[in-house]
Design a binder for this molecule. Sequence first.
Ligand SMILES: Cc1cc2nc3c(=O)[nH]c(=O)nc-3n(C[C@H](O)[C@H](O)[C@H](O)COP(=O)(O)OP(=O)(O)OC[C@H]3O[C@@H](n4cnc5c(N)ncnc54)[C@H](O)[C@@H]3O)c2cc1C
Length: 385
Amino acid sequence: MQNIYDLVVIGGGISSSAFISNILKQGFKGTIAVIEAGRGLGGRCSTRYPNEDRKLALNHGCPIINVENSLKNSLLDNFIKELLDKNFIRSLDNSFFNLDENYKFSNVNDNYFYSGDVYTSTSNMSKLVENLFNLYNAENKIDFYFQTLIIKLNFKSELWNITSNKNKEFTGRFLVCSSNLLLHKRSIDILNVKEVPLREAIAKKNDIKIDEVIDKTNKQEYIKRINFLIFTKKNYNLEGIFNKEIVHFIFHKNLQKYIGFERIIIQKQFDKSLGIVIHTRNIDFLQNKYDMEDERILYQYVLNKLNSFLIKNKITFKNLLLSDISRMNWRASQPIGEGIPERLQLCKEYNIGFCGDWIQLEGYGSAAGAVLSGLNLSNKFIEYY
Ligand SMILES: Cc1cc2nc3c(=O)[nH]c(=O)nc-3n(C[C@H](O)[C@H](O)[C@H](O)COP(=O)(O)OP(=O)(O)OC[C@H]3O[C@@H](n4cnc5c(N)ncnc54)[C@H](O)[C@@H]3O)c2cc1C
């Protein structure tokens, strides 16, 4: 007989790490499985380790957490205080620079991701998520399954049966979906299935709450982003006020139209090389200019633009030489449109819960919103369980 988990969580991102850490803190004693399609933890808050020997690390998705109205939300605020106390995160002071539409550095900060208090991990973002999962996991209650993509859900006799694309099966009493993929019509293409998995598990008109979650989720759309990941050769110094461990350059949205870059984030590496992530949101700009399949030309364009930006602004004095460049296509980097109301996060009739940055809470569409959704669900879950 297959092992029955008390709780199965699909997704190993920051929302599920906050959810699990908080239920364990509040004394949840059941068994837990975390199932993740990727190779490690982090989801969109993850880190690329290109070469284990050189110990290089680059936060290639979300690099920071920002909390806009800390006083308004004690749940999130207390959690952030705990992470600061545990030295998992630190404030990101004076390390970000805005470029206004005239290409000048300015202090005006109207960027959604940088308003309020801004924090980053003391190690890297994947490690932060890993630390959160393990914060109260002293008894090793969590079984992690990586490279396991769930494509099918079934609810029968009060149990969830969960099947991966390689036919691995899991059974759980309670299911948490930390991504909305299994509820959203895009799953049909991505997972190569005939019907949206949650819809297949719970047919229409069985439960008003589930119908509303699926209906509202399918009205959400996503911002696509392409990020370029660059590692330089060794021995580069950043100049003057830019000489910091991590530096963020944030381009005004009007400027993004010309340069194609949304942000440049430079992360110094232990061996005096630089790790650089260029975030691009204006995909049309790149697509119109370049054959996206011809990576050589695309990468050369990115490198030239980067070098001319850094040198023109006296951030470095010499052209950067690459040791490696790659790209990451984020087809669903951030939800847009109305989020899912938090009253729909837990459905007792079907023993299922939802968390993630797609829930309409403070910080919707950001790491802080994802964390808050996990904490919010954990309180509802503990009360119910
Ligand atoms: C390029 C980029 C830049 C960003 N910048 C910022 C920023 O500066 N500040 C900020 O606050 N936020 C930023 N964000 C948004 C932030 O990353 C997200 O809001 C946050 O990470 C969402 O966390 P989550 O746990 O809700 O979802 P996710 O991190 O997406 O976690 C869900 C996990 O579920 C897994 N999964 C999904 N479906 C399945 C399945 N069927 N089977 C198995 N596993 C599955 C996924 O692989 C994923 O790991 C950025 C995002 C991107 C992509």
